[in-house]
Design a protein around this ligand. Structure first.
Ligand SMILES: NC(=O)c1ccc[n+]([C@@H]2O[C@H](COP(=O)([O-])OP(=O)(O)OC[C@H]3O[C@@H](n4cnc5c(N)ncnc54)[C@H](OP(=O)(O)O)[C@@H]3O)[C@@H](O)[C@H]2O)c1
Ligand SMILES: *[C@@H]1O[C@H](CO)[C@@H](O)[C@H](O)[C@H]1NC(C)=O
Ligand SMILES: *[C@@H]1O[C@H](CO)[C@@H](O)[C@H](O)[C@H]1NC(C)=O
Length: 254
């Protein structure tokens, strides 16, 4: 049997990142999660991953580790990658899932012109993914690995928590396609674009907005974080998909 795959997940201690960590652990992969502030939450998840993994715990080789890093800082991102490789020995997949938004009224132009908000969205939703790819490229080249990023339905349809979020998520999708070209032929690059997910983040939307979004979805429900995690796993496994953006929105955009 070949050595288990090593996967790095950013924004990995909660929400979609944590759900993906569980799906990967169950599939026999080794996982590094990145978190920014909540250390106890990250540690609880690491314990859970040990319990659900089919891999046996060995002293000399860690299967699950967490690394603290601030995605808005380039030097932290570089440290995150070198620390991951020094602890795990290699890197087969990166799930670049961190992101940021401010909840504004999308339909009110005046509510969407704060420069600080725009800069933070560019930094977190576009540049942080570029820095992470740059830091990881050498290792993904060695492993013929894959880079997957979480964009959003808001990057496909003008919609979502704010104009800055929607525009930067669209840029993130274009970045992923561009990286699929630039980092070929050894690295595959894909993105997932979920509709509303009922994570801590998604639950910040007012209830009436959640209700109308669900009514508009053809499947009359929201996609779950597990649905999105299964798609990410599929991108890790499929050897011939690159430059794809998977929209997972229960038919909202149809
Ligand atoms: N939820 C939705 O409706 C939805 C829809 C489409 C796309 N997305 C995308 O899905 C991705 C994950 O979102 P989620 O819903 O899973 O979020 P979440 O439930 O709020 O989870 C956030 C995760 O990211 C970390 N985090 C929190 N604040 C952060 C910050 N300022 N910078 C970097 N990391 C931070 C948290 O760790 P700490 O607590 O340690 O900081 C935690 O691990 C994002 O890229 C988002 O744009 C979400
Ligand atoms: C950290 O996460 C836990 C859930 O595991 C939560 O109960 C706690 O309130 C969080 N702490 C902070 C400071 O957000
Ligand atoms: C790691 O994740 C945290 C949130 O969990 C985020 O704040 C931080 O910026 C991330 N850093 C990196 C380098 O991924």
């Amino acid at each position: 049997m070949s050595a288990p795959l090593v996967v790095l997940i950013t924004g990995g201690s909660a929400g979609l990142g944590a759900a993906t960590a569980r799906v990967f652990a169950k599939a026999g992969m080794r996982v590094i999660i990145n978190y920014s502030t909540n250390e106890s939450r990250a540690n609880t998840l690491i314990e859970q991953l040990h319990q659900i993994s089919p891999l046996s715990k060995t002293k000399e080789c860690q299967n699950f580790v967490s690394v603290r890093a601030d995605l808005s800082k380039k030097s932290d991102i570089e440290h995150l990658v070198t620390e991951s490789v020094s602890q795990m020995g290699k890197l087969d997949a990166v799930f670049s899932n961190g992101g940021w938004t401010a909840i504004q009224d999308f339909n009110d132009l005046d509510d969407n012109v704060d420069e600080e908000m725009w800069d933070k969205c560019w930094n977190m939703n576009v540049k942080s993914h570029l820095w992470l790819m740059r830091a990881a490229k050498k290792y993904l080249d060695e492993s013929e690995g894959v880079f997957i990023t979480t964009a959003s339905l808001a990057g496909v349809r003008p919609s979502g928590s704010s104009l800055a979020y929607s525009v930067t998520k669209a840029a993130q999708i274009h970045l992923a396609k561009s990286l699929a070209v630039i980092c070929s032929p050894r690295i595959r690059v894909n993105s997932v674009s979920p509709g509303i997910l009922l994570t801590d983040w998604g639950l910040k939307f007012p209830q009436e907005r959640l209700d109308s979004a669900m009514a508009k979805a053809q499947l009359k429900r929201f996609a779950t974080v597990e649905d999105v995690a299964e798609q990410v796993l599929c991108f890790v496994r499929s050897r011939s998909v690159t430059g794809a953006n998977a929209v997972i929105d229960a038919g909202w955009s149809l």
